[in-house]
Design a protein around this ligand. Structure first.
Ligand code: NAD
Length: 258
């Protein structure tokens, strides 16, 4: 029960990594506010993971500042405070570099980068007003520092997100608010199965660059997030860490085992 009595907000929590984070927070004793643009799936998830006195679902489009501000307000109205904020909502578009339209660019950057920035601001303002510190976690990616031109907008958004993490960490350090990033490798979620892994060839290509020899699970990312959200990580701020099966450090390929 690392997070007993804490109140956590998780965006993009209707499914995938965000849902796993919400479930792990509940298991660690926190109350959780889950947010997503997909109202139907969000409400199903809320009903599945906890009771109404521990889970609140708030439909939110993170690309809209007013909706993020309303999300934080709803969390405070229901549970009295916000101690942990996870800016997790994100999308990826697979396309050739020159095929990216202005609308594509605005959509990916609006959700992944602007959404995270405004999420940090909204949570940071609330935590500063509370005066008791807090933790903000931004869901980055190994693609923040790798050059895959098929997901250029995604990579650009996650690279920028790492600078949100660093700059906000310095801005908020005097308030005892830590801002940290998590950059997963390839985790088996609907996002990955719908874009990054679209054939056996792409699956094998990913595994050839993954020393641990398999994709990760949402729960394996949630456990890193829970650690970072807890006082066990009390001297860690401003950096992004990479639970990626050893992928980011590998400069070669390894044999695929299955
Ligand atoms: P996912 O597609 O399964 O879930 C993402 C959730 O975000 C969905 O429920 C979706 O409805 C929601 N969402 C999309 N746009 C939104 C918006 N405008 N406002 C609010 N919610 C919105 O994806 P996932 O794999 O669980 O990814 C979660 C995060 O982890 C993303 O930021 C992603 O970039 C990051 N990530 C994932 C992987 C991976 O391999 N799965 C790797 C690195 C980073």
């Amino acid at each position: 029960m690392k997070l007993k009595g804490k109140v956590a907000v998780v965006t993009g929590a209707a499914r995938g990594i965000g849902r796993a984070c919400a479930e792990r927070f509940l298991a660690e004793g926190a109350k959780v506010v889950i947010a997503d643009i997909d109202t139907v799936r969000l409400n199903e998830t809320a009903a599945a993971i906890g009771a109404a006195d521990t889970v609140l679902a708030v439909t939110t489009d993170v690309s809209q500042k007013a909706q993020l501000d309303a999300l934080i307000l709803a969390a405070v109205q229901k549970f009295g405070r916000v101690d942990i904020m996870v800016n997790n909502a994100g999308i990826a578009m697979m396309q050739d570099f020159l095929d990216v339209t202005e609308a594509d660019y605005d959509k990916v950057l609006g959700i992944n980068l602007k959404g995270a920035f405004m999420g940090v601001q909204a949570a940071g303002r609330q935590m500063i007003a509370q005066g008791q510190g807090g933790v903000i976690i931004n869901m980055s990616s190994i693609n923040s520092g790798l050059a895959n031109p098929r997901v250029a907008t995604y990579a650009i958004s996650k690279g920028g997100m790492n600078q949100i993490t660093s700059t906000a960490a310095v801005a908020f350090a005097p308030h005892n608010i830590r801002v940290v990033g998590v950059g997963p490798g390839t985790i088996l979620t609907e996002m990955v199965e719908g874009s990054f892994i679209d054939s056996d060839e792409t699956r094998r290509a990913i595994l050839s660059r993954t020393p641990i020899g398999r994709c990760g699970t949402p729960a394996e990312i949630a456990s890193v997030v829970a650690f970072l959200a807890s006082d066990d990580a009390s001297y860690f701020t401003g950096e992004t860490i990479y639970p990626d099966g050893g992928r980011r450090i590998l400069n070669y390929v390894v044999p695929v085992r299955d």
